[in-house]
Design a binder for this molecule. Structure first.
Ligand code: UDP
Ligand code: MG
Length: 347
């Protein structure tokens, strides 16, 4: 059973973070970064909130990295984590979290689909004492009907089979306290289904509603193939329910075949033996063959996961990490990533 707020200790108010880190994974986002940095400044500068932007260049093959360096010099307070290749958003995000040094961390997409104007509301929730405040999309203006429907179906499925209920229509856009970031970074798995991990750590969380905008520039990196893969990833990294399901399926089919066997035995004894029923035989073989393949596939999914996890490879490799101070000057070294954790980071 999930705990409700009333059963948890009361929230303790806290001051605004001395430094807020804005973590932004980027893959071919050249066109939107300047606007992004400007929008972040517009919503944080008026309240005098000190912040750093942590850009992760996830192996972009356009001018994203150059654009980041220009911004680092002009806007200042920018960390650039340049990964050696494209590792995918979930890993890029983790790389950013490893290098963020703020007391609170905001995770946000580069394409302005997550409105930066929401960050002050997140900050207010943080000050109320919540460890996590996440954006919940009320309308998905930028998404197709098919994407909305399939996403809805996925959340419902996860709710029924997963150990923690994933909040619906929630992405990665959120604020996190230092302790929740550190907790996330202590989770050693290679398969990082962030949406699930955010919930799994269990710190006090609250939803903030917003309207999801269409992309400011560039194209989405997702296609349905990737989304289906992410859903399978979500399922298999959070629950072994599919394995249990195949066991049930096996029992059900065995039971049915037993009943069927008894039926045919009685029928043959009463009416004699007539050679008939070729189509039924054919279909039964197909059905059983198919079911066995599915069962093997499910077992294979988990076995594959065990295989990958046992390698204990670092999650990502960085080509370079650079920092700029408030004036845009390059800071040569700000030390190793803050996390005293595992082998998540390899330089
Ligand atoms: N992204 C990334 N690595 C990838 C794919 C995406 O860092 O391999 C970043 C991308 O630059 C963007 C964010 O993840 O800042 C969300 O990606 P996108 O907008 O394509 O996803 P959508 O909003 O369509 O779900
Ligand atoms: Mg997007």
């Amino acid at each position: 059973m999930t705990k409700t707020r009333s059963t948890l200790p009361p929230l303790v108010q806290r001051p605004a973070p001395a430094l807020l880190s804005i973590v932004c994974p980027c893959y071919n986002e050249q066109g939107g970064l300047t606007e992004f940095a400007a929008r972040i400044k517009d919503c944080l500068a008026p309240q005098g909130q000190a912040y750093e932007i942590v850009f992760i260049n996830d192996g972009s093959n356009d001018g994203t990295l150059a654009e980041m360096h220009v911004l680092a010099q002009t806007a200042g307070n920018i960390t650039i984590v340049n990964l050696t290749r494209n590792f995918g958003k979930e890993i890029a995000l983790t790389a950013g979290l490893c290098h963020a040094i703020g007391d609170a961390v905001v995770v946000i997409d580069a394409d302005l689909q997550d409105p930066p104007d929401l960050i002050p509301t997140f900050l207010a929730k943080y000050c109320e004492g919540y460890d996590i405040a996440y954006g919940r999309r009320t309308q998905r203006n930028g998404d197709s009907w098919l994407k909305r429907t399939t996403a809805g179906a996925f959340y419902r499925l996860m709710k029924h089979v997963g150990p923690v209920a994933l909040p619906e229509n929630v992405g990665d856009f959120r604020i996190m306290s230092r302790r929740s970031v550190d907790a996330l970074l202590r989770l050693p798995e290679t398969h990082r289904f962030m949406k699930g991990l955010f919930v799994w750590i269990g710190y006090p969380s609250v939803a903030v509603d917003y309207i999801r905008e269409p992309r400011f520039s560039g194209k989405t990196k997702w296609n349905y193939g990737k989304l289906v893969n992410l859903s399978i990833e979500g399922l298999t990294s959070f629950t072994t329910a599919p394995l249990r399901l195949t066991t049930y399926l096996g029992f059900t089919i065995s039971f049915l075949s037993f009943v069927g066997g008894a039926f045919y035995l009685v029928r043959t004894l009463v009416y004699g033996d007539e050679v008939q029923g070729f189509p039924t035989l054919f279909l039964t073989i197909l059905l059983l063959g198919g079911t066995q393949m599915i069962a093997l596939g499910v077992i294979g999914e988990y076995l594959g996961r065990v295989f990958i996890e046992t390698k204990r490879r670092p999650l990502f490799l960085t080509e370079s990490v650079t920092w700029s101070d408030a004036g845009g000057a390059r800071v040569t070294d700000r030390g190793a990533p803050t996390v005293a954790s595992l082998n998540l980071v390899a330089e």
